[in-house]
Design a binder for this molecule. Structure first.
Ligand SMILES: [Zn+2]
Length: 415
């Protein structure tokens, strides 16, 4: 019987408990599903080399996965003995997940297949802000309507992923503090599970996006990477050893609320001088106001990407104060990124620039400031990727990836 040990083998031997056959089969099935997902199209002989499992185990599990339509045999390859070997990949229509992104008083929803592709999408208005007591009811009724429009049977849906801003505990499914929607300690996942009768996963939207990056996006090839998102807030997710890192309460990696200037601007969170108060949209606009000798009086949510785009256009036309605004923003972000690199020593930082073309204007000062503050040789192999995501749809896809990540790591759910 095959047993897969994860991590350090000596440690696992010491900690290992007696496992029944079902649990071992689930672990082996999990291993094969993930290898098929990441190496497709892949032959069983290749799976044997990659997993260390016996060919009998591989044939048995893949036969069941094909019967369940979770894996499909797509082609053939020459095996070493001259015989044709079937090539396996995840069946994209084997199951579906729903991802929703809660944003101001709107919900963006996407249906994804097992390849993470968006099959169907909708956006609808929902009274979410200042309305915590009816939020679950509103979300559930909207999702039920969405499901009724889908071109697939309900039983094919594996679960719902829900992404939102602010501080979220993914273990308890609670929106701990959401300043955008004015929710505090609002339980989401368990009541939604009860209403929708399906697994529900809730997380901060940047953590959701990092799940997408790890499964299907630019994070696939990195074991350790950071995702920093710019826009209404300053968000961050960290993936350490291929897993999201969140700390003890699940609230960790709040880059936006690390103090940059302890006597500085008041942040939406109530603290003073957070990086977010300088690098989020309203922070950038306040910098511009200060350079125009006006008070930095704009609060979070009072300006949007369009406002920053106007400052960007002024910079493009040579406005010195607008140019200085982006230069200073770059310096501040560069210092912040140096803090992160010195802490985490990531292989890559992905910067999600949201809707903003202005990110191009901060790159030089950002890189210079970061280099000046990096410890030792931290930056020697660091890769940086800058992305733009002009619609909220990609955030909904990220939320759906919470379910897909769980699906590919919890084979017990397949039954
Ligand atoms: Zn703050």
């Amino acid at each position: 019987m095959d047993i897969i040990f994860y991590g350090d083998k000596a440690t696992m031997h010491q900690r290992s408990q007696p496992m029944d056959r079902k649990m071992m089969r689930e672990i082996n099935q999990n291993t094969l599903l993930n290898l098929i997902r990441t190496h497709a199209p892949v032959a069983r002989t290749q799976l044997k080399k990659l997993s260390g499992l016996s060919m009998g185990t591989i044939v048995g599990i893949t036969t069941v996965l094909i019967e369940q339509q979770l894996v499909v045999e797509t082609g053939v390859a020459e095996s070493t003995g001259g015989r044709k070997a079937g090539l396996l990949e995840i069946h994209p229509e084997g199951g579906y997940v729903i991802g929703i992104d809660l944003w101001e008083n709107k919900i963006t929803a996407a249906l994804l297949n097992l390849h993470g592709n968006i099959i169907y999408k909708e956006i609808w208005s929902a009274p979410l802000r200042d309305n915590a007591s009816h939020a679950v009811e509103s979300i559930a009724s909207g999702v039920e309507a969405f499901i009724s429009h889908l071109p697939i049977p309900r039983e094919k849906i594996l679960g719902l992923g829900c992404g939102l801003s602010g501080s979220v505990n993914p273990h308890t499914g609670v929106s701990v503090d959401n300043w955008q929607l004015n929710w505090h300690n609002l339980e989401l996942s368990f009541p939604l599970m009860g209403s929708l009768n399906m697994p529900v996963f809730v997380d901060n939207e940047v953590n959701c996006f990092a799940s997408y990056e790890k499964l299907y996006g630019n994070g696939q090839k990195y074991h350790n990477f950071l995702l920093v998102s710019l826009g209404r807030g300053l968000g961050m997710a960290s993936v350490i050893r291929d897993e999201p890192f969140r700390g003890g309460q699940g609230l960790g990696a709040e880059f936006g609320h690390i103090p940059f200037d302890v006597n500085g601007r008041l942040c939406e969170c109530g603290n003073r001088g957070c990086f977010e108060a300088y690098i989020a949209d309203h922070g950038i606009y306040n910098t511009y106001l200060e350079l125009c000798n006006e008070p930095a009086s704009v609060k979070a949510g009072e300006v949007n990407a369009a406002t920053i785009h106007e400052v960007y256009e002024r910079a493009q036309s040579g406005d010195a104060r607008a140019c200085k605004t982006f230069e200073e923003t770059g310096v501040r972000l560069g210092i912040g990124l140096a803090v992160l690199v010195n802490l985490f020593n990531p292989e890559c930082i992905i910067i999600n620039g949201g809707e903003g073309h202005w990110v191009n204007l901060i790159q030089d000062s950002m890189k210079t400031a970061m280099q000046e503050h990096l410890f030792s040789q931290m930056g020697s192999n660091l890769e940086m990727i800058i992305e733009h995501n002009p619609t909220r749809l990609n955030w909904a896809r990220g939320a759906g990836c919470l379910v897909l990540r769980d699906f590919f790591s919890s084979p017990a759910q397949l039954s």
